[in-house]
Design a protein around this ligand. Structure first.
Ligand code: UDP
Ligand code: MG
Length: 314
């Protein structure tokens, strides 16, 4: 039996040359402290997953690995996406506990220590939760708030203000592997794993260098993916609206027949136009929602690999 748990810190990186050197330094300091305090085994590691970066990211990881063997690297064959890079790191690293954190270290790495302590208290999942959102733009803060509200209405359990900064035990990672879906929205999958869990709180900082890898378009697609792969409520909503609209049109039909016999059909142009445009709009919207689900099914059915590894630094 090992005395202390072996920790793997998993860091997804996509074009992060501007922050990587400083992030490695900060993480190394935390890593050394944890070993000194005998909270983790000296066999612990920091694993950088290069998600198809076009800049010097992999070069920096390789150099760091040469000098410090506890730094490992996984290089994906192209850009697969943040969630995919996280999974590549989790499923291809051997450890007792895993902590995932973004390369820009906006999520305070100082609470890694608290996460590890929570693990020793018996928690298999420890969520990093942000205290306040004052470092975010007004826009991002409000869209995030609405996103959590809507997800709640749609019946998807999420930990509010928690992104992908979390600790998972080996058992939790294995359990996650049982979720075979390709539509990855990890923050909704993790609560479904169950096990004893805890939260640790921190203040999120501004990105120090480089730019966000989540522009608006990616953010919206990510939110849609979260909804269409975790909630069937929009589909039920369509069915219900369909029933209501059918009842409504039934009465409308009576009204039309009545109007016909009263010889007042010519004046109805405006109302007819509004009814047509209204229902065409609704029809297209609902087809779009159904389309979102078909898109999800389309992706699942193909069962393509989530990620492909090019090389590894062990
Ligand atoms: N990332 C990635 N692949 C991508 C996009 C992002 O591995 O296709 C990584 C990125 O390097 C960072 C993390 O995901 O470590 C979160 O990205 P970012 O900090 O840009 O997002 P934000 O904090 O702005 O939401
Ligand atoms: Mg960031």
């Amino acid at each position: 039996m090992k005395k202390y748990a072996e920790l793997a810190i998993i860091v997804p990186c996509f074009n992060e040359e501007e922050v990587l050197a400083s992030s490695i330094k900060t993480l190394n300091k935390i890593y050394d402290d944890l070993i000194k305090e005998e909270l983790i085994s000296p066999a612990s590691k920091i694993v950088f997953v290069n998600d198809g970066s076009k800049d010097k990211t992999w070069h920096i990881i390789e150099n760091a690995h040469k000098k410090q063997p506890h730094i490992k690297g996984i290089c994906l064959s192209r850009n697969f996406g943040h969630q995919e890079a996280l999974l590549a790191g989790l499923y291809n690293t051997d450890a007792d506990i895993y902590i995932t954190i973004d390369a820009d270290l906006q999520d305070d790495p100082a609470v890694i220590k608290n996460m590890v302590k929570e693990y020793y208290k018996g928690n298999e999942v420890v969520y990093g939760v942000r205290n306040k959102r004052d470092t975010d733009s007004f826009f991002k803060r409000n869209t995030a708030l609405w996103f959590y509200k809507i997800m709640k209405i749609l019946g998807v359990e999420l930990v509010s203000n928690h992104a992908d900064f979390r600790l998972l035990s080996r058992r939790a990672v294995n359990a996650m592997g049982e979720f075979k879906e390709k539509n990855l929205f990890l923050r909704a999958i993790v609560p479904l794993i169950g096990f004893q869990s805890a939260n640790v709180y921190y203040d999120r900082k501004k990105r120090e260098a480089g730019t966000t890898k989540y522009p608006l378009k990616k953010m919206v697609l990510f939110a849609l993916k979260g909804i269409s792969s975790f909630s069937a409520v929009p589909l039920h909503f369509i069915t219900l609206s369909g029933i209501l609209i059918s009842i409504l049109s039934f009465f409308l039909m009576f009204w039309t027949i009545f109007a016909y016999f009263n010889n007042s059909t010519i004046v109805g142009w405006a109302s007819l136009m509004s009814v047509i445009t209204f229902f065409s709009g609704i029809t297209i919207l609902f087809m779009g929602i159904i389309g979102e689900y078909i898109a999800s099914i389309f992706i699942e059915v193909k069962n393509r690999p989530t990620y492909i590894i090019d090389k590894k630094l062990d």
